[in-house]
Design a protein around this ligand. Structure first.
Ligand code: PEP
Ligand code: MN
Length: 337
């Protein structure tokens, strides 16, 4: 339930309502808009005495929230959440492009990729040190050595880094090298991991599970938010459908749907979404046109030699061309790149 305060309600009135909610054993979540304040109630499973709250001074009305996600919902928090990472703002008018190889393979590979990403206008560097591979015989990532490489390249090139964490116990270690913690599609409902990143002092990039609904994605975000971390970025990365021509099917519907349902920034991963480098540019254009706040794209200096996902990785020059081709589309939807 949400309590909508009257226009011009005083700070003391808001504080009284908040205190009453807490006395009821619930949590109050304050959202101060330009016109009025909304107090979201996060219940404790027991019925809430709505009448008592509605009669308090300064209260306009109580509105039930039927959706199971609360902190993630736009009803609770009407304004867009902006996630800042070392000066890069995700969710504002400027689109954010995160790019880099699927996996960290060597210092040289990461340096070459990072320089290309930066020159083309990418603002966050991606690269997996811990790789969730379908086969135990595939390259599993360089692990801690990969993190060290990310740390070195981050300071040499000056781009913030996003990298995946797969183990709750490794969240503190990965946080020392990563500016954004990535939760991969396969771990979207790993609740111990969501709990751990919810307590981390780093923004989280939460990727949609390949067989998860939009609501399940938002409930996964709710876990992170409810453990105290409100810097969550959502990522549509394609879902499984009957279509096998592409690796996954980008659910373009998810972009405007999420923008309606939640205040959290939404980005799209056209690389894992398609599995084919030739499709990365057209699908990126579609994502931006649909209202995404940014993209995460695989770029490798030599895709034919990549240890993972070479077929969907862009060469640096193709990434640079893609960035140029996205600019007019960004402008057409009132965004900058
Ligand atoms: C990745 O981005 O490195 C990755 C493994 O993607 P996903 O979790 O979406 O499959
Ligand atoms: Mn990959």
């Amino acid at each position: 339930m949400m309590i909508v305060m009257k226009q011009g309600a005083t700070t003391a009135q808001v504080a009284n309502v908040t205190a009453r909610i807490e006395q009821m054993g619930c949590q109050a979540h304050l959202s101060r808009g330009e016109e009025r304040t909304i107090i979201g109630i996060i219940g404790n499973g027991r019925p809430i005495d709505q009448e008592k709250l509605v009669q308090m001074d300064g209260v306009e009305r109580a509105v039930p929230i039927l959706k199971p996600f609360k902190r993630a919902s736009r009803e609770f928090h009407p304004q867009d959440t902006l996630v800042s990472v070392n000066g890069v703002v995700i969710g504002g008018p400027k689109l954010v492009v995160m790019a880099g190889p699927c996996a960290v393979e060597s210092v040289e590979q990461m340096l070459e990729a990072a320089q290309a990403v930066k020159e083309a206008g990418g603002t966050i560097l991606r690269g997996g040190a811990f790789k969730p591979r379908t086969s135990p015989y595939s390259f599993q990532g360089l692990g801690v050595e990969g993190l060290r490489i990310l740390g070195q390249v981050r300071s040499e090139v000056g781009l913030p880094v996003v990298t995946e964490v797969m183990d709750p116990e490794l969240v503190p270690l990965v946080s020392t090298y990563a500016d954004i913690l990535q939760i991969g599609a396969r771990n979207m409902q790993n609740f111990a991991l969501l709990h751990a990143v919810g307590e981390a002092q780093r923004p989280v990039l939460l990727k949609r599970g390949m067989m998860s609904t939009i609501e399940e994605l938002l409930m996964a975000a709710e876990y992170i938010l409810s453990h105290g971390n409100d810097r969550v970025i959502l990522c549509e990365r394609g879902i499984r459908t009957f279509e096998t021509y592409t690796r996954n099917t980008i659910d373009i519907n998810a972009v405007p749907s999420l923008k309606q349902l939640t205040h959290l920034p939404v980005i799209v991963d056209p690389s894992h979404g398609t599995g084919k480098w030739e499709l990365v540019e057209p699908v990126s254009r579609a994502a931006i046109a649909a209202g995404a706040d940014g993209l995460i794209i695989e770029v490798h200096p030599h895709p034919e030699e990549a240890l993972s996902d070479g077929a969907q990785s862009l060469r640096p020059e193709r990434f640079a061309a893609l960035m140029e081709h996205l600019r007019p589309i960004a402008a057409a939807v009132g965004r900058e790149l």
